[in-house]
Design a protein around this ligand. Structure first.
Ligand SMILES: Cc1cn([C@H]2C[C@H](O)[C@@H](COP(=O)(O)OP(=O)(O)OP(=O)(O)O)O2)c(=O)[nH]c1=O
Length: 205
């Protein structure tokens, strides 16, 4: 069965390589809009599931006969009930840094895996504490070019590492793809796929 990563994120691609499973990348575009009353956990889970399903649909269009497992993932930062995604511009980035400075926030990454029939999903979290950020630090970090394509406007694996005083939970959930959980989800879908294939063979279909 082919493995497909439905993601445009270079971080997810690099991390997935560490599972030593050959894979291809497909890019789909899913609008990221939280529904009224939707909790951060429900939201991030829905986006990961939607990305996996859209990736599977695209794979099927291109390869109608070939089985595949597709991974979709989404990362958000939450401060109280406020959800931070990628900053739209510098002002949006500055709003995010003001919310993150000198306090704890949560990062949630959802990973969904589907083979078109079976689906597994996990939401993995971390709690991250930032030092008090000065205006100069906020400005210089923006000028580094790192914030624009990252949830919450920062990359813990990059220059924002020096802002982090404490981390609890999954470091890889912050970077965008928690590998232990991803491997477990892949194995679960593989087992379900194998069980369904052996049932359909014994039924003679
Ligand atoms: C908080 C944080 C986020 N990020 C990144 C991970 C994700 O790539 C990005 C969150 O945006 P996402 O919308 O989750 O993902 P994406 O648009 O980059 O890729 P795709 O939807 O195609 O899979 O933020 C870091 O790299 N480091 C960090 O410390």
């Amino acid at each position: 069965m082919e493995l497909i990563l439905a993601s445009a994120s270079p971080r997810r691609r690099e991390l997935l390589q560490l599972l030593d499973r050959p894979f291809q990348v497909l890019v789909t575009h899913i609008p990221e809009e939280r529904e009224f009353g939707e909790s951060p956990t429900a939201y991030v889970q829905r986006l990961a599931e939607t990305k996996a399903a859209a990736g599977f649909a695209l794979w099927q269009q291109q390869h109608p006969q070939q089985a595949a497992m597709v991974i979709g993932s989404d990362t958000i930062v939450t401060v109280d009930e406020t959800v931070l995604e990628k900053p739209q511009d510098e002002a949006d980035y500055r709003r995010m840094m003001a919310l993150l400075s000198d306090r704890k926030h949560a990062v949630l990454t959802a990973v969904a895996v589907t083979d078109g029939t079976h689906q597994e999903v996990a939401v993995v979290s971390a709690s991250v504490t930032f030092k008090a950020l000065s205006e100069a630090e906020i400005t210089n970090y923006w000028l580094s070019g790192e914030p624009h394509d990252k949830a919450g406007g920062y990359g813990i694996q990059g220059r924002a590492a020096k802002f982090v005083t404490h981390l609890e939970g999954s470091y890889l959930a912050v970077v965008g793809l928690p590998l232990y959980e991803t491997e477990q989800l892949l194995q679960a879908v593989e087992r379900a796929h194998a069980a369904a294939s052996s049932t359909s063979i014994s039924k003679g279909s």
